[in-house]
Write a protein that binds this ligand. Structure first.
Ligand code: SAM
Ligand code: SF4
Length: 440
């Protein structure tokens, strides 16, 4: 079966696509790069904001037209599939296979059924699943925990992905060993809240201890995302500081700088707690690179509340941020109980926040000029003549292509910086490790 998979959304979805791909490969599927070549198109969906839902709707509309012309099977997986909203869309566009985020291991059965196959259950098998290492890749994801036990009032994820379930540490370590053997140089541990790891399973190590064990596997770079401020314990900070493989990068979503808004969002920490965690992180990891998620224009956010987000940004001095306009999602408490703000208010605040972010990203990136960073080069950049990679702090870095002819790890001196990018040159002959050029 010629299969084409289209993935929207977060890194968890990318990991799930890899998992499903390996299941499909084991039953003989071949993968193609475009819809016209495929006889099975699988769409991995996101439901966190309205925009990705609209994208899926229009893609499925196109696919329904294609189905009218030829024999084509269409599948839908991911968060949207789990929701009534997604199932209505699936019915409207004649989707054949629908798998919720907990039912991915059923993909083989779904194909065999050759008929409409929908499964929205949360299968235990998924927690015990060990996908094979991706081939020819230098960086990879590993899921360590699925689901979310928090109930942020704006967020659909607890509904779509269910409660937290940690994977067995032995399984995680086995997956990492396989990745190391396959030549992977950077691994990102994934979960909605990675630092809740182990809280649901007595006897499992907590996240700090898991980080230490992951470091011992010997993959040179370990990152993780996403962390919840409330679970960012001193032990996690100590494990980061004391495990050389763990990179100096932390993504710690704050969502808002106003306690009034945090309360309405049902985030379980307050501004003071968050700033205390940032202080502890900076003390223990002096070169730490910090990023965050911020929602702008949450219902009831006043100008004063928004200004508190701006002042928090100045206090933390983030290196970068993912900034979102609040999107009311059906099925969430904030959709049901709160009045959305006018769009122009939200857009105007977002623009001011983007200006703030650019200022800080520029200042912070300038601090790396003249220093040497380790860059994982993935391949050539869109800009001709450059190779593109990222450093241990997750900064995108461009290097003259002639200096980094193959993907791998390089020592690079930073020569220039913009708000979005570092530019550098490979120093000496310190090419740390490369693999044959087989990927872009
Ligand atoms: N679990 C992570 C956490 O708590 O930070 C994040 C998971 S969520 C999929 C990723 C980001 O999407 C959130 O941090 C939040 O900023 C944003 N988000 C979630 N729901 C949203 C909504 N209804 N409108 C706008 N942004 C939203
Ligand atoms: Fe959503 Fe909050 Fe859970 Fe993150 S912690 S996934 S924002 S409910």
């Amino acid at each position: 079966m010629k299969t084409h998979i289209i993935t929207y959304g977060c890194q968890m979805n990318e990991y799930d696509t890899h998992l499903v791909k390996s299941e499909l490969a084991s039953i003989g599927a071949q993968f193609v790069d475009s819809i016209p070549e495929a006889d099975f198109v699988l769409v991995n969906t996101c439901a966190v904001r309205g925009k990705p839902v609209e994208k899926v709707r229009s893609l499925l509309g196109e696919l329904r037209k294609e189905k009218e012309k030829r024999d084509l099977m269409v599948g839908m997986m991911g968060c949207l599939a789990q929701l009534e909203e997604g199932q209505q869309i699936a019915r409207k566009f004649a989707v054949d296979v629908l798998l919720g985020p907990g039912a991915l291991t059923e993909i083989g059965k779904a194909i065999e059924a050759k008929n409409r196959f929908w499964d929205l259950s949360f299968r235990e098998e998924l927690t015990h699943h060990l996908p094979p290492a991706p081939q020819g890749q230098l960086s990879a994801f590993v899921s360590i925990i699925r689901g979310c036990n928090h109930h942020c009032t704006y967020c659909i994820v607890p509904t779509t992905r269910g409660p937290e379930v940690s994977r067995h540490p032995d399984l995680i370590l086995r997956e990492l060993e396989q990745l190391k053997a396959a030549g992977v140089l950077e691994v990102t541990l994934l979960g909605q809240n990675v630092n809740s790891y182990g809280n649901d399973q007595p006897g499992f190590p907590k996240f700090g201890e898991l980080l230490r064990r992951v470091g011992q596997v010997g993959i040179p770079r370990v990152k993780f995302t996403t962390s919840h401020p409330v679970n960012f314990t001193d032990e996690v900070i100590a494990a980061m500081a004391e495990t050389p493989q763990v990179c100096n990068y932390i993504h710690l979503p704050v969502q808002s700088g106003s306690n009034r808004v945090l309360r309405r969002m049902a985030r379980e920490y307050r501004r003071e707690w968050y700033l205390d965690r940032i202080r502890a992180i900076k003390e223990a990891i002096p070169d730490v690179v910090l990023s965050t998620d911020i929602i702008v224009g949450f219902p009831g956010e006043s100008e004063e509340d928004f200004e508190q987000t701006l002042t928090l940004y100045d206090e933390v001095q983030y290196d970068s941020a993912y900034m979102f306009i609040y999107s009311p999602r059906p099925g969430t408490p904030s959709y049901k109980h709160f009045q959305d703000l006018p769009r122009e208010v939200k857009v105007e605040r977002l623009q001011r926040l983007i200006e703030k972010q650019k200022e800080w990203s520029y200042k912070k990136n300038q601090q790396w000029v003249g220093r040497t960073v380790e860059v994982l080069v993935r391949g050539s950049a869109k800009d001709e003549g450059y190779a593109e990679g990222h450093d241990r702090g997750n900064h995108p870095v461009l290097i003259p292509a002639a200096q980094a002819p193959r993907p791998g790890l390089y020592q690079v001196e930073v020569k220039q910086a913009t708000p979005h990018m570092l530019f550098g040159e490979v120093v000496g002959s310190q090419e740390a490790a490369t693999i044959p050029l087989m990927m872009a």
